[in-house]
Design a protein around this ligand. Structure first.
Ligand code: IPM
Ligand code: MG
Length: 355
């Protein structure tokens, strides 16, 4: 089979880590007899520098014409002072919206080889943990009405959290389906003791739950969830939550896996076309130094093979190669604790050797 993959390398370490994932995909393609055709499109600061806007139309059109899209990272200090609508991050929200990607899957699991990197006490993570965060991605406060106005105390700014029944229903279904394929446990996280939008969220999740009697579903308030994640992460199987709560909790979950450099993500909509990206940012401080950990991006490519192309064995093959390299003790600097470490290219070579 032939697959067209759009590449959004972006800023900072984006180009290096995407290059690693491309090499891994090419190796998998050769081994299993697939052809992956890659096309670059500009996004974020890279697009701002060239065209003065973070998300050119050609990028949106190119992504919509691709079979799937792999993204590195966007943003950096150079563009931090631009107004909100010109910030590189705006491009990320724009492309998610343009591609209709309302689901964001963020798996956070503890690799046994990386147990010592986990900042939690060893008795807490004795049995590891394996969490799938299902984050709503095109609604809520990220996309609600916002603005500036004159208020009681003078100048004020506001952002609005708004969720429709339809948006809650479709993300809840994705989460229940995911739980059904895993351990059958779903935790819906909200702030229903305060927010009206959370009360609708909870009501709709309960309604959908009736269609999934095989899934054990419970609610948790977000502040408690933030605490439970570090108190006993193994209690979670699938988490479903809103855009902003998912953003915050997925960073927390990533840190207890040892390194944010390990976590992939998949953004999905109604079609098989997705956007796959590491959950970490552009890390401008280490860009171009060969220090970046490419594993999150390589695992994002593995998620693409599975979720967009249905290539389960090919995807497993990448995951197994990463496992082997970690088990053999190879590390990038972020997970080496000052011991010997491999560069971005070197660890990619090791993963490729194991495919
Ligand atoms: C993420 C990031 C983005 C988000 C930013 C860069 C807009 O933090 O993907 O988690 O908040 O969604
Ligand atoms: Mg985030």
């Amino acid at each position: 089979m032939r697959y067209n993959i759009g590449l959004l390398k972006g800023d900072g370490i984006g180009p290096e880590i995407v290059e690693s994932a491309v090499r891994v995909l090419e190796t998998v393609g050769k081994k299993f007899g697939h052809e992956f055709v890659f096309t670059d499109y500009d996004i974020g600061g890279a697009a701002l520098d060239k065209y003065g806007i973070p998300l050119p139309d050609a990028t949106v059109e190119g992504c919509l014409a691709s079979d799937s899209v792999l993204l590195g990272a966007v943003g950096g200090p150079k563009w931090d002072t631009l107004p909100g609508n010109l910030r590189p991050e705006k491009a990320l929200l724009g492309i998610r919206e343009a591609m209709g990607l309302f689901t964001n899957l963020r798996p956070a699991k503890l690799y046994s080889a990386l147990k010592d990197d986990c900042p939690l006490r060893c008795d807490i993570v004795e049995n590891g943990f394996d969490i799938m965060i299902v984050r709503e991605l095109t609604g809520g406060i990220y996309f609600g009405e916002r603005g500036m106005r004159e208020g009681k105390y003078g100048e004020e700014a506001y952002d609005t959290e708004c969720y429709s029944r339809m948006e809650i229903e479709r993300i809840a279904r994705v989460a229940f389906e995911s739980a059904r394929k895993r351990k059958g446990k779903l935790t819906s996280i909200d702030k229903a003791n305060v927010l009206e939008s959370s009360r609708l969220w909870r009501k709709v999740v309960h309604e959908i739950a009736e269609q999934y009697s095989d899934v054990e579903c419970s609610d948790m308030l977000v502040d408690n969830a933030a605490m439970q994640l570090v108190r006993n992460p193994a209690q979670f199987d699938v988490i479903v939550t809103s855009n902003m709560f998912g953003d915050i909790l997925s960073d927390e979950a990533s840190q207890i896996t040892g390194s944010i450099g390990m976590l992939p993500s998949a953004s999905l909509g109604e079609t098989s076309r997705g956007l796959y990206e590491p959950i970490h940012g552009s890390a401008p401080d280490i860009a171009g130094k060969g220090l970046a950990n490419p594993i999150a991006t390589i695992l994002s490519a593995a998620m693409m093979l599975l979720y967009s192309f249905g290539l389960a064995s090919e995807s497993d093959c990448i995951v197994a190669a990463v496992d082997k390299v970690l088990d053999a003790g190879y590390r990038t600097a972020d997970i080496a604790h000052g011991a010997d470490s491999l560069s971005t290219t070197e660890i990619t070579d090791k993963i490729i050797e194991n495919i």
